[in-house]
Design a binder for this molecule. Structure first.
Ligand SMILES: [Zn+2]
Length: 299
């Protein structure tokens, strides 16, 4: 069988042209070639050239010279991130990075509050000592926003500062958990991020009502978009068919599944019947697999 005769199987998401994301991912991590135990399927995934046997990459669909990286029963083949799933993984990881940034900023804020608390006596001393001198020289220090904020903060009880630090630390921890869950592309991470982000939206609205700033506006827009994206694209809480539809969509994008359906479908050459089971995760570049099969009971 020549490579060109196996290049494109019957129409379906798995047989579409590779996107630049798939090509980029393969360029970075290498192709994912797989030798299935089923001979007919193996034939559909390979071809012969003058240079030797070539194998289709399960991610980008290109034919690659050399031995397949992985082998085993088709059922055990890795679920490869491609098509919609690959784009979605990139979006979730960008969101995870944004969560990392928030975690760092919140941690800095906690550190700042605690440092301020321990240094408030010396700051108070400095203000008491220096402000009269500024006032005497005609500088209206009391009208400076920074000085007013500082005096206001100094009047705050240490216990209240502790509470502020604890709340900020709690918020930082939530953002950190979101970052980890989203980066791992875990189903629990999608649920956690959607719920935690939605819970804080009313607070963000309250902040916006106090005054619209670029940071507040941008944070609010990102968070609303994230909640809507997670709910609908990831089909959380049974939306758009829930987990079942989500898994079916991902399986439909798997090259191996497309080829197997072609074999068992009308005009196919027989072979193993289409198996709806989802394969366990193995190998690099298949990070989404484990997470999407690990907690299959949720919807
Ligand atoms: Zn590839």
């Amino acid at each position: 069988m020549s490579p060109s005769s196996t290049t494109r199987s019957p129409a379906g998401p798995g047989s579409s042209q590779p996107s630049r994301w798939e090509l980029r991912t393969c360029g970075r991590r290498g192709h994912v070639t797989y030798l299935p135990d089923e001979t007919e399927l193996a034939d559909r995934l390979s071809g012969h050239t003058g240079a030797g046997r070539v194998w289709r990459c399960l991610r980008c669909g290109d034919f690659v010279l050399g031995r397949p990286k992985l082998s085993g029963p088709a059922d055990q083949a890795p679920l490869v991130l491609r098509g919609k799933a690959l784009r979605s993984a990139i979006i979730l990881r960008l969101l995870a990075l944004e969560r990392v940034l928030r975690t760092l900023l919140l941690s800095l804020a906690v550190y700042g509050v605690l440092r301020f608390k321990s240094a408030r006596t010396s700051i108070q001393d400095a203000l008491t000592r220096d402000l009269p001198a500024f006032r005497a020289s005609g500088i209206h220090v009391d009208q400076l926003a920074l000085v007013r904020e500082l005096q206001h903060a100094l009047a705050t009880q240490p216990s209240r500062l502790n509470l502020v630090a604890a709340l900020l630390a709690g918020y930082a921890a939530i953002e950190a958990v979101e970052a980890v869950g989203l980066w791992l592309l875990a189903r629990w991470g999608e649920y956690f991020a959607a719920v935690a982000t939605a819970v804080f939206l009313p607070l963000e609205v309250r902040e916006l009502l106090k005054g619209v700033t670029f940071t507040r506006g941008a944070a609010f827009v990102i968070n609303v978009a994230a909640v809507i994206y997670l709910l609908f694209a990831k089909r959380l809480f049974g939306l758009r068919g829930g987990r079942r539809a989500y898994d079916a969509e991902r399986r439909g994008e798997q090259l191996l599944e497309v080829e197997r359906s072609a074999l068992s479908g009308p005009g196919g050459q027989g072979g193993p019947a289409h198996d709806a089971r989802t394969a366990p995760a193995t190998g690099e570049g298949v990070t989404g697999t484990q997470t999407h099969t690990g907690d299959r009971r949720d919807r």
